[in-house]
Design a protein around this ligand. Structure first.
Ligand code: GCU
Length: 425
């Protein structure tokens, strides 16, 4: 190789290694022929045709595959969680809401760690309220400009647009993400909102699992998760379930009507959370893409190799064996959606978000319909997606593709409230 070629090669490898391969496919005609594993066929070859067989044979099998081969298993180590209501202000949002901050204190023989759960509960409503619960990317204080919200001390990704430098947040980033969290609107619809900063649970960078909550779970002599144990998505999910443990104790919250919500990597997380923890009434995945709602075998937009190279800490190590080997996967994301049945799930895409493969996101919901049908629950069974900005809602899976880009917009929340109103009221 001459020097020029050498330099080009180095740049190309660098480009690929950060995850954005030049070969990303955005051409429908180049989607490989693939066969999806049958969600209603058990490993032993039995056709699953009853709720009983689904719940006792096939569902556990499918859940185990996702757990052992993708998101990772939860270690059995004893980690205790204590909740301390640190702040309660009933005049928040100009008197419209009660704001609470709950310290979630995690401890094991390896140490202690703290995360903060922020709640907004509408005032003046009768009885316990239904809630949306989700993780956020930069801190609870970015969700709303209220000065009452405490700043976190955890690592945050630098973002000059949000005035976040040196991986620390300060007052300048208050409310910078309020467009994604229309708190006043949600409250006025009679819903509560709970959020946790995901970096309080596990900072989102690859440090071989030395920070965040992972180390609390290590057995003596262990220094990182084993091949099948969880990565960051698994841990973020676990944190959401612990928040639900708290919500079950809060008299202002209807714990049977908690909907887990997430965007993008946190939409992958909300799906995995809803699937594992059947106490959640429903799950919403906003633009979750590869490793979330999108079918991996389509290899459209982001692929497994790309995601695992760029974010080696999200899934377990076992999952890397499917890098560029999507055809070997014994499961696909339609089976993840199926695991939500009979509970409702909402999959949302954005038209400009080809990286997340909107069609693949829609189709995973489509291929989940046989499982909802076992429960006699109607779910969309049309392989053609609805028009842009036209939601297709059903008691099983609901879907919309919003115009615009990878983001959470008011339109999305209007639809999520409409969706939730159908089963919480
Ligand atoms: C990257 C990543 C996606 C992820 C997204 C996000 O684009 O490739 O898989 O969903 O980040 O979380 O914003």
């Amino acid at each position: 190789m001459n020097t020029r070629k050498n330099i080009c090669f180095i740049f190309f490898s660098l480009f690929c290694s950060i995850g954005y391969s030049q070969e990303t496919n955005y051409d429908e005609s180049k989607v490989p022929n693939f066969e999806l594993p049958k969600v209603l066929l058990s490993k032993s070859g039995k056709d699953v045709s009853s709720v009983n067989d689904w719940e006792n044979i096939r569902r556990p099998e499918v859940l185990k595959m996702f757990s052992e081969q993708m998101y990772g298993t939860v270690p059995e180590t004893e980690v205790s969680v204590n909740f301390v209501v640190r702040k309660e202000i009933n005049t928040a949002l100009s008197g419209e809401a009660t704001l609470k901050e709950i310290d979630m204190i995690f401890s094991s023989k390896n140490g202690r760690h703290k995360a903060s759960l922020l709640l907004f509960i509408p005032n003046g409503v009768k009885g316990p309220v239904p809630m949306f619960l989700g993780l956020n990317f930069y801190g609870n204080h970015t969700v709303n400009p209220s000065l009452e919200i405490s700043l976190h001390q955890s690592f945050a990704r630098n973002n000059p647009n949000f005035y976040i430098f040196n991986n620390r947040v300060d007052d300048n980033s208050r409310g910078v993400r309020s467009s994604r969290w229309p708190v006043e609107y949600i409250i006025r619809q009679g819903y509560g909102l709970g959020v946790i900063y995901y970096g309080d649970l596990d900072p989102d960078f690859d440090d071989d699992f030395q920070n965040g909550l992972h180390p609390l779970f290590y057995k003596d002599g262990q220094s990182r998760p084993t091949e099948k144990e969880w990565g960051s998505i698994g841990l973020w999910s676990w944190g959401l379930s612990r928040a639900l443990d708290y919500l079950e104790t809060d008299v202002q919250v209807d714990e049977e009507k908690v909907i887990v919500f997430g965007h993008s990597r946190l939409g992958k997380t909300s799906l995995w959370t809803g699937v594992q923890d059947e106490r959640f009434a429903a799950a919403i995945s906003n633009d979750s893409g590869c490793g979330g709602a999108a079918l991996s075998k389509r290899e459209f937009g982001e692929t497994l190799q790309v995601i695992n190279n760029a974010f080696p800490h999200w899934f377990n190590d076992y999952f890397t064996r499917y890098n560029d080997q999507e055809e070997d996967l014994p499961f696909d994301q339609h089976m993840l959606i199926s695991l939500m049945a009979p509970r409702p799930v909402y999959i949302a895409s954005a038209q400009g978000d080809e990286w997340a493969d909107p069609k693949g996101e829609y189709l995973s919901g489509y291929y989940a319909h046989p499982v909802y049908e076992l429960y006699n629950i109607q779910s969309y069974n049309d392989p053609t997606p609805p028009e842009v900005n036209e939601a297709r809602m059903s008691p099983g899976v609901s879907y919309h593709m919003r115009s615009g880009n990878h983001d959470v917009k008011q339109y999305d929340w209007v639809k999520y409230i409409e969706f939730a109103d159908r089963f919480v009221r």
